[in-house]
Write a protein that binds this ligand. Structure first.
Ligand SMILES: Cc1cc2nc3c(=O)[nH]c(=O)nc-3n(C[C@H](O)[C@H](O)[C@H](O)COP(=O)(O)O)c2cc1C
Length: 304
């Protein structure tokens, strides 16, 4: 039996729903020696900002039970180097490239989107709204539903390519902002980014992370992520890209049942850079065994 694994996010068609998450595969170059990127549904590049960012000093990563904390601080090469040095590599990879953008003002989001819009290699934008809004006193954009709406509206106006808004789980009602994303013309939401966490060294009594807190990712966050995806799915009609703790095909199936059209894998890439391809194989087998001819039938098929 042949299985159709393809999925659509807005007008973006992916050969399968497996997407490599931002910040875990660099600009594609960091993982391309370990897996075949042309077989993956899509790859999301590390958050790009207008200017290069050094990020936080070390320690920036620490392992925690069933997961990890990171406080990289959005270290990235900046827009210019991304265009001149990273896009040429990505062009050769023969995979669908989604460009993730981070910024601290709405104008910066728009400027980055416009500058990248003409590059054919980039098929869609994922907007990371988990950054502090410097213009309005440093309140994180992602915690402010109005700001999420304004960013969606302005980025939407700057590009005809699919706009995906990446949501933080660190809010009371994630579906409220998903509603706003839909109203303002966003094509999809990806959920979730990392959860705020910390860890201490019990001898020195110092935080294990220089930044004191970091973002928790990995299997530890999977049930939280699934609940957020389900909440959005039950309240808003918008494609959801589920993210959080997926390590194998069965996790991926759960995310699709809970409402995801596609999903991203992050932390697992550090442990098994070929996990994406293994998940694709697993999904195909699962569909054959359960007589599913089109994988997208699984999306939001929960029986509640
Ligand atoms: C080391 C590291 C760096 C990350 N950097 C980014 C980033 O630059 N932009 C972004 O939107 N998400 C970033 N993330 C979040 C991931 O894309 C993903 O949302 C999160 O890790 C949850 O998925 P996972 O449990 O599969 O890792 C990063 C995650 C990790 C572990």
């Amino acid at each position: 039996m042949s299985v159709d694994l393809s999925v659509n996010i807005g007008n973006l068609k992916l050969q399968n729903p497996v997407i490599l998450a931002s910040g875990t595969v660099g600009y594609g170059n960091e993982i391309s020696n370990f897996t075949d990127l042309s077989k993956i549904g899509a790859i999301v590049t590390k958050s790009i900002s207008l200017k290069p960012r050094k990020g936080n000093p070390p320690q920036r990563i620490v392992e925690t039970p069933s997961g990890m904390l990171n406080a990289i601080g959005l270290a990235n090469v900046g827009l210019e180097v991304f265009i001149n040095e990273k896009i040429p590599f990505l062009r050769e990879v023969n995979s669908t490239v989604i460009c993730n953008i981070a910024a601290s003002t709405i104008e910066e989001y728009v400027e980055c989107t416009k500058a990248l819009n003409d590059h054919d290699t980039i098929k869609a934008f994922e907007i990371n709204v988990s950054c502090p809004n410097v213009k309005e006193g440093g309140l994180t954009f992602g915690n402010d539903t109005n700001a999420v709406g304004r960013i969606t509206e302005k980025v939407r106006a700057a590009t005809g390519k699919p706009v995906i808004i990446k949501r933080t789980p660190n809010v009371a009602t994630i579906s409220e902002s998903a509603k706003v994303v839909k109203q303002e013309g966003g094509d999809a939401v990806s959920a979730i980014n990392t959860l705020v966490g910390t860890a201490f060294n019990i001898r020195t009594r110092k935080p294990k992370i220089f930044n004191v807190t970091g973002g928790l990712s990995g299997p530890a966050i999977k049930p939280v992520a699934l609940a957020k995806v389900l909440e959005i799915s039950r309240n808003v009609e918008i494609p959801i890209i589920g993210i959080g703790g997926i390590v194998d095909w069965s996790d991926a199936v759960e995310f699709m049942i809970a409402g995801s059209t596609a999903f991203q894998i992050g932390t697992i890439n550090f442990i098994n850079p070929n996990a994406g391809l293994e998940i694709i194989e697993g999904l195909e087998k699962y569909c054959e065994e359960t007589s599913i001819s089109k994988l997208s039938e699984l999306t939001a098929s929960y029986q509640i």
